[in-house]
Design a binder for this molecule. Structure first.
Ligand code: ADP
Ligand code: MG
Length: 329
């Protein structure tokens, strides 16, 4: 067992055996653990309360409070409240929540395949078929959030997209089984079916997510009519932020690097604000016009013209039927 001790209070320590640490998020540690009674493996996201606290002076500063909103107690409870109601194959399931004096614990469905981020690093980039297989699962998860739950995730990125398990990876760097474009067309490298490919992907980390209301009932508790336009239209609370992020993820899947990057934060901010990105040659030369068209409609600075999740899912690129491998032959 890892020398590190799971910082749990007696109740959890009795119930779970720590297996290892899985992730170091910005605000939490995530551990793999096993339920002693049922043998079920779970992920435990532990948020340290003392990390949530800083000096009294800093916490009284409204500016600081705004910037660190995610670490507020009310927001942990909101993350839990929001996740609790979810039931979708594209969303990590929250099994249980508890807290001790020093920690919050989110007991989560375990996803052992790791972050999409790591697979991008490993594979360099994904074929269009593989990218489609991954992004459609994410998109269906987002559709569930946006259309059925009225929730914006607000932190869609490869670190928060997790694989259930990794099977045989159609790796372009796998020497034992060299990647073969022709064979991929035959379906041999098709993901998620049988023993081949990459499988199930789910959306995790609802720490920044928000419930929104339909435009007509934007204000909570029925106080309609008094909310200023700049609040109603606050773009940070718009579903379109997830669609931008989805575009960034799809771009990155297809070429291996993000659409917007600069070592200088101010230059990067400028590029994002203006939507300055390109389909850089030679990396994008062989990628279909249809994929580029779809990305163009997502990385669209005008959020009113940006694709909604339903428009995304209706795009021809998403509706290409990839060949299904015949596992018997
Ligand atoms: P943070 O808010 O700190 O980013 P996350 O919920 O994103 O916290 O968790 C941090 C990391 O822990 C993730 O990027 C992932 O690597 C890992 N992780 C989170 N949830 C799970 C899970 N259910 N199964 C497996 N790994 C997880
Ligand atoms: Mg995260």
């Amino acid at each position: 067992l890892a020398s590190e001790k799971l910082p749990v209070y007696a109740g959890l320590e009795d119930r779970f055996t720590l297996i290892c640490k899985m992730g170091d998020g910005a605000f939490s540690n995530v551990y793999k653990a096993r339920d002693k009674k049922t043998g079920q493996k779970v992920a435990i996201k532990v948020v340290r309360k003392y990390e949530l606290n800083t000096s009294q002076d800093a916490r009284l500063d409204p500016q600081w409070r705004k910037k660190n909103r995610v670490t507020e107690r009310a927001n942990i409870l909101k993350e839990v409240q929001i996740m609790r109601n979810f039931k979708h194959p594209g969303i990590v399931e929250l099994l249980e929540f508890s807290e001790s004096r020093d920690h919050y614990y989110l007991i989560l469905e375990l996803l052992e395949g790791g972050e999409l981020f790591h697979q991008i690093v490993k594979l360099t980039y994904f074929s269009e078929a593989l990218a489609r297989h991954v992004i459609l699962q994410v998109a269906n998860g987002i559709r569930y959030l946006h259309e059925e739950r009225g929730v914006i995730h607000r932190d869609i990125k490869p670190e928060n997209l997790l694989f259930e398990s990794i099977k045989i990876i159609p790796s372009k760097v796998d020497k034992a089984r060299p990647y073969d474009e022709e064979k991929e067309d035959e379906g041999e490298f098709m993901p998620g079916i049988g023993g081949g490919g990459i499988g199930v992907v789910k959306i995790a980390d609802f720490g920044l997510s928000k419930v929104v209301w339909e435009e007509s009932t934007m204000t909570p508790c029925g106080t309609v009519g008094y909310t200023a336009p700049e609040i109603v239209k606050d773009e940070r609370y718009s579903k379109s932020v997830d669609m931008w992020a989805l575009g960034c993820v799809l771009y990155t899947l297809l070429c291996g690097f993000p659409p917007f990057y600069d070592e200088s934060i101010s230059v990067l901010t400028e590029k994002v604000a203006k939507g300055y990105y390109t389909f850089l040659s030679p990396w994008w030369d062989d990628i279909s016009g249809s994929a580029k068209d779809l990305i163009t409609h997502l990385l669209c600075v005008d959020s009113n013209r940006r694709y909604t999740i339903d428009e995304f899912l209706a795009h021809p690129w998403c509706n290409v039927k990839d060949p299904v491998p015949n596992l018997d032959s």
